[in-house]
Design a protein around this ligand. Structure first.
Ligand code: ADP
Length: 455
């Protein structure tokens, strides 16, 4: 089977969130199971491919070929999609260029895949193009899958930009690319793709409802027979305290004591009181409305008297400002790091006792799986992929679950976790248990291959 995997971000080349982790792992897991995979992404500033050509860069890792689509005009910028004040205004041009260029490069190579696997709005035009621009070409046998990593980001642009797409106006209608008089790329991808999936079973059900459908619940419900949830996984080559070179001291389930060396060192590095018995809550997150920063801020004045909080986050300017205020008020207990920093992220997973993920909604979430592996107990809101991966301690599970989205539920969950933390024996058993959970990619890759074959 031949698969072309298209993504706007792939770890380790470019990353703003979980999409990069998935795109940096799934193609390799597919290749390990015999699929021939070519991966395409933009050639952003700072990426150094092994070989460079005028229109693209090329690297090969394990059995996977990686192509970086070049355009100085579109991709040689400081950020991937925009800055904390807003998105780049020419994102439609940038990502429609990417999609068209992928077809052009494949045609040059005479590589006609069985499946185009596309991800989120940035590559959602590929299923559209397959059935319009490329309908009667050598690509006519190729099928497409669109994976929705987050329905809240749809790639919506003014109607006036439609001609940039190079497709007839006939497709600009409410059943295809139009969304309330604007162009909606994700909607187009959902309608035109041969199959759609999202990244957890619970989120797959949620997105067909008004509450979580972000206005697309109608088209998604129509697609019900070709919509499925496949739970994401994580790469233990990157996310395991046994092999992690970014952390201060490696450890495993047999050497859990070494986890606390990481804790003391990070407390020291960040200027917090160095205290093994202090309950340390970590959070590594995009600072977006989705992630529950509002209830976190409401809950903070209460829980901060008995715990330390370490946040590594980057995103909306609004949340930067609110969190800075809190950090100024609670200097001794709260370390705020407003940036994107892969190395500190690893240190936080390793050093924290518990990890906060009070997301309002969560398509899958990877941070809770990473936390498990580092023996860091997740405290999560019961939604989407968090529902599928975290069971409450009281039900024999490995985390603490907020049953409603509120500051009081968050405080209650933190208080319950603190109680268990104080009982050293119980806490150590919990830590040892979650470190042995397995969320590796081989299972998820098998599910994707099954889906490709069905198509
Ligand atoms: P999302 O994709 O919605 O951002 P996920 O939980 O699926 O959420 O994945 C988040 C990924 O991004 C994890 O690898 C997490 O460690 C990483 N991440 C998020 N924010 C930061 C940051 N400020 N610095 C470093 N890594 C971050």
């Amino acid at each position: 089977m031949k698969v072309v995997f298209c993504s706007s971000e792939i770890f380790p080349y470019a990353k703003t969130g979980g999409l990069a982790d998935v795109s940096g792992a799934l193609p390799f897991a597919l290749a390990a199971q015999g699929v021939k995979v070519k991966v395409f992404m933009p050639w952003y500033k700072g990426i150094s491919p092994d070989k460079t050509y005028p229109e693209y860069g090329y690297s090969k890792k394990d059995k996977v070929e990686i192509y970086f689509v070049k355009s100085d005009k579109y991709f040689n910028r400081d950020a991937l999609y925009g800055t904390p004040t807003g998105d780049y205004p020419d994102n439609l041009e940038r990502f429609s260029f990417l999609c068209k260029k992928i077809f052009a490069l494949l045609k040059e190579q005479e590589f006609y895949p069985d499946i185009f696997h596309c991800n989120d709005w940035q590559t959602a035009l590929i299923p559209v193009y397959l059935k319009t621009l490329y309908a009667n070409t050598d690509f006519s046998e190729s099928k497409s899958v669109l994976t929705i990593h987050n329905l809240a980001y749809q790639g919506v642009f003014p109607k006036e930009s439609y001609p940039v797409l190079n497709i007839d106006w006939q497709y600009f209608n409410m059943h295809q690319l139009e969304f309330y008089d604007q162009v909606n790329l994700l909607k187009g991808g959902i309608v035109f793709a041969d199959f759609v999936n999202t990244v957890s079973p619970t989120y797959a059900k949620q997105i067909t409802t008004k509450e979580y459908g972000c206005g697309l619940e109608g088209v998604l419900s129509e697609k019900k027979d070709r919509l499925e949830g496949i739970l994401n996984a994580i790469s233990y080559d990157v996310w395991s305290p046994e092999v992690d070179n970014s952390i201060y001291k490696k450890y495993s389930v047999k050497t859990i004591k070494n986890k606390y060396i990481n804790k003391l060192k990070l407390q020291e590095d960040l200027g917090l009181k160095v205290d093994k018995d202090m309950f340390v809550l970590g959070m590594v997150t995009r600072l977006a409305q989705q992630k529950g920063v509002d209830i976190l801020c409401q809950a903070l004045p209460k829980f901060i008297s008995n715990a330390q909080l370490i946040i590594l986050g980057f995103g909306d300017e609004k949340y930067h400002a609110i969190l800075k205020d809190f950090a100024a008020k609670h200097k001794a207990q709260f370390s705020l790091n407003l940036k994107f920093d892969e190395k500190i992220a690893h240190s936080i997973y390793a050093a924290s006792d518990a990890f906060l993920m009070p997301s309002r909604f969560e398509p899958c979430g990877l941070s809770q799986m990473m936390s498990y592996k580092y023996g860091t107990v997740p405290i999560v809101h019961n939604t989407g992929g968090l529902t599928d991966t975290v069971t409450d301690y009281n039900q024999g599970g490995g985390g603490f679950v907020l049953t409603e989205y509120s500051a009081s539920a968050l405080n209650e969950a933190i208080a319950r976790a603190t109680q268990v933390f104080k009982d050293k024996g119980k806490w150590e058993n919990l830590v040892a248990k979650i470190m042995q959970y397995n969320f590796s990619w081989d299972v998820a890759a098998k599910n994707y291959i099954k889906m490709y074959k069905n198509i």
